[in-house]
Design a protein around this ligand. Structure first.
Ligand code: NDP
Length: 283
């Protein structure tokens, strides 16, 4: 496995070398605002040290932690149990101490669904998702658990796309199909929700665009983009120009933070100030 250092990991997730971890800034802004005497630390842990690091968090009285690539799957070996969606996805990004047990959750997809619910109920909806990586997996599982009726996975590599489609079809209460993305994709007119869960458009590739027929994007479709930096991608701009309701990548990031803080501290933090803290980091 190619090992990345933490700064490189942040760059992969947010698109530019950032000296501050945006999640840390956002979570600590909420702690400060709500007068919580807590800290959210950014700690780099190599793959060979993961077990020791989890053990360390336990004995040092941590209430939980987030973890990212390359630990999202391996960390499961050191936990006492998993939430439903983390178990279906086979990946954990948030660990919570509950009654002395360490439980793995996945808040990425839940954060997305919280953002979605601000605009529409996913129940019964027809959803098109571009991408089949970690973000698409988390979002599609959670959208299916929230009652989406039909999910189409559109992905460049057929292997990953078909694997995710099979997971949805076999383990979740939705109809799922795969569309190979080897030419310009035309979004079916009956689609309710269109989601970009690829890394296309992430800084510095500001000109990169999803290869779909712009005429197939219709005003009744809700459009969401996971790209947090910049939040206004080509897709977001095109969708707004068409009059579509839009969710940008900061919405998902903020809401996964809200859910993590609720898990750890029991309080419901203010998402508006968390978003403002993130907007400052991304300039
Ligand atoms: P992965 O590397 O696991 O998956 C990347 C996906 O993008 C794959 O489906 C890949 O297709 C596709 N892709 C990449 N480049 C192209 C291209 N040029 N043409 C077509 N498809 C392409 O990454 P993640 O799923 O973990 O992350 C994806 C994005 O989501 C990142 O940019 C990240 O910043 C963002 N994200 C945002 C979050 C938020 O809270 N807003 C949370 C988590 C992630 P293929 O399989 O063919 O390679």
């Amino acid at each position: 496995m190619k090992e990345l250092n933490f700064k490189q990991e942040l760059t992969a997730a947010f698109g530019q070398p950032i000296s501050e971890n945006p999640t840390q800034v956002m979570v600590e802004a909420a702690y400060h605002h709500h007068n919580l005497d807590w800290r959210y630390l950014t700690i780099e842990v190599g793959p060979n040290d993961l077990e020791a690091a989890v053990q360390g968090a336990k004995v040092m009285g941590f209430q939980g932690f987030n973890c990212t690539i390359p630990h999202k799957v391996k960390v499961i070996d050191y936990l006492d149990g998993l939430g439903e969606s983390a178990s279906l996805m086979g990946a954990v990004n948030c660990v919570v101490r509950k009654d002395g047990k360490w439980i793995g959750e996945n808040t990425d997809g839940k954060g997305f669904v919280s953002s979605l619910r601000e605009l529409t109920d996913p129940k019964g909806k027809k959803v098109v998702i571009f991408g089949a990586g970690g973000a698409a997996r988390a979002i599609s599982v959670e959208v299916a658990l929230a009652g989406a009726h039909h999910i189409t996975i559109v992905n460049r590599s057929a292997g990953r796309g078909e694997e995710l489609t099979s997971l949805l079809q076999d383990k979740l209460p939705c109809y799922a199909d795969f569309a190979s993305w080897d030419s310009t994709y035309s979004i079916p007119s009956e689609t309710d929700v269109v989601i970009n869960a690829t890394s296309i458009g992430l800084f510095p590739d500001l000109d990169a665009q999803l290869d779909f027929d712009p005429d197939s994007l219709l005003p009744h479709m809700l459009v969401a983009d996971v790209i947090p930096n910049p939040p206004t991608t080509h897709l977001v701009r095109d969708a707004r120009a068409k009059g579509c309701p839009v969710i940008d990548g900061l919405g998902m990031l903020v809401n996964q933070g809200v859910i993590g803080i609720k898990h750890w501290t029991g309080i419901d933090p203010d998402p508006k100030l968390m978003r403002a803290a993130l907007e400052k980091v991304f300039g």
